[in-house]
Design a protein around this ligand. Structure first.
Ligand code: SF4
Length: 421
């Protein structure tokens, strides 16, 4: 019997695909909506039927403490559809008192009445995909919304929070963006500082600040391969990262993960589940669950997902090939958290010989990172310093995995590859 306390539901529909996005997404067009007669409504309804079937096919479990509806653009669903999904989770597992229920919202895809409907359905936390306050940047990223949409959405969220109808909300920003068309260089530090200040001024209780990464099969990836994308150089990207940490700290935000900052009491409980190594349910196209330490990735296309749901009985996670979370990923997610990792436990979970001698050898091998003040040992926890270590998390991780290769006694250790930044 599995006992996850968290569930992720993937809603893959978007109006259009942003230029940097390689998520499992189904673009429906700028006029799409979930209500009868709107373009895309039939696709959304058919997908929700599959999602309900997948949830119904699980064996159930204890009440959920966190639920996250992500995507994609979940705000393409109408409140009744969100209510239906939450109702099924209630029926299947129950929702624990105080359950954190997060819905990702895209500015310009909802209005105040729709927000009220989501909150009445049980949503109590919102993640708003703002990305930038600058219209030229939003256009250059391929986003559909503009600054005025974002400011309007923030006003509605703020009002809802003042009415105590919304517990918390988060704003996403993207840093290290390329030069916008017509500009001679990527936005510099002053422009980034202005973005951060505007984010603080919104009063958002939580900020997620992601560094843009280039994926090969995206518009940006292809432009880059053709030499048509001017990205910030490493120094500027690193300076932006450092500026983010310093500015948000001065604004009262605590950094609890490489990309996540929160006012006291507003850290995302759901995200912490992913980073802690606990189990979670996941439902929907492209979603990955983790049950009994085994991960299961669902197919990324609608047709393949539909076939997969048809073929699962009675429990979708029972008979499908799964993969255990590899050590490099455990280290990556663990070291990205402010509290770091208990390395001895991770090595033991990965089946590697543990003990003082292995940890001692690793500690010796990472002297450069320690001397540079990037890596700290506090009690039995290995953690990265803030901002220097967290800003160079991938580099430190690569060094750690390089060191682990020769000293680990199991063959899996030697084959580990550090993820690319
Ligand atoms: S709105 Fe989000 S999920 Fe949809 S295409 Fe853009 S980045 Fe991807």
């Amino acid at each position: 019997m599995f006992a996850p306390r968290s569930a992720y539901l993937h809603i893959p529909f978007c109006h259009r695909r942003c230029f940097y996005c390689d998520f499992a997404v189904v673009p429906l067009g700028d006029r799409a909506g979930a209500s009868a007669g709107e373009p895309g409504a039939a696709s959304i309804a058919a997908y929700l039927e599959l999602l309900h079937r997948e949830i119904a096919s699980t064996p159930g479990g204890p009440p959920l403490s966190t639920v996250y509806l992500g995507g994609g653009t979940p705000s393409l669903l109408n409140p009744d559809q969100v209510d239906g999904l939450l109702g099924q989770l209630r029926q299947r597992y129950g929702l624990a008192p105080g359950c954190e229920i997060t819905l990702e919202l895209d500015p310009a895809s909802f209005d105040e009445a729709r927000l009220s409907g989501y909150l009445e359905a049980g949503v109590n936390r919102v993640s708003l995909g703002g990305q930038s306050f600058d219209d030229s940047v939003l256009a250059s990223l391929g986003r559909r919304h503009r600054r005025h949409d974002l400011l309007q959405a923030i006003t509605w969220l703020t009002t809802a929070r003042e009415r105590h109808a919304l517990r918390s909300w988060s704003l996403d920003l993207i840093q290290a963006i390329p030069a916008v068309p017509g500009a001679s260089a990527p936005p510099g530090l002053a422009a980034w500082q202005a973005q951060l200040q505007q984010a603080i001024d919104t009063g958002a209780p939580h900020l997620s600040v992601y560094e843009l990464t280039l994926e090969p099969d995206t518009v940006f990836g292809k432009r880059s391969q053709r030499g048509q994308l001017q990205l910030p150089d490493d120094d500027l990207a690193a300076d932006q990262l450092e500026l983010t940490s310093a500015t948000l700290r001065a604004g009262g935000y605590g950094r609890y993960e490489v990309s996540n900052y929160a006012l006291p009491g507003h850290a995302s409980r759901h995200n912490r589940v992913y980073w802690s190594g606990a189990d979670w349910w996941a439902f929907g196209l492209g979603a990955t669950s983790c049950l009994g330490g085994q991960r299961l990735a669902r197919p990324r296309t609608r047709a393949a997902y539909a076939t997969w749901v048809e073929q699962q009985a009675p429990h979708p996670d029972a008979d499908t090939p799964t993969s255990r979370l590899p050590l490099d990923e455990r280290l990556l997610v663990g070291l990205r958290r402010r509290e770091g990792v208990v390395l001895a436990s991770l090595l033991a979970q990965a089946g590697l010989a543990q003990g003082a001698s292995l940890l001692g050898q690793l500690w010796q091998a990472l002297q450069g990172e320690r001397d540079a003040g990037l890596l700290l040992l506090e009690g039995n926890r290995w953690r990265l310093s803030d901002p220097a270590g967290l800003g160079l998390s991938n580099a430190v991780l690569r060094s750690l995995l390089r060191a682990l290769g020769p000293v680990g006694s199991e063959p899996t250790a030697a084959g580990l590859q550090a993820p690319e930044p």
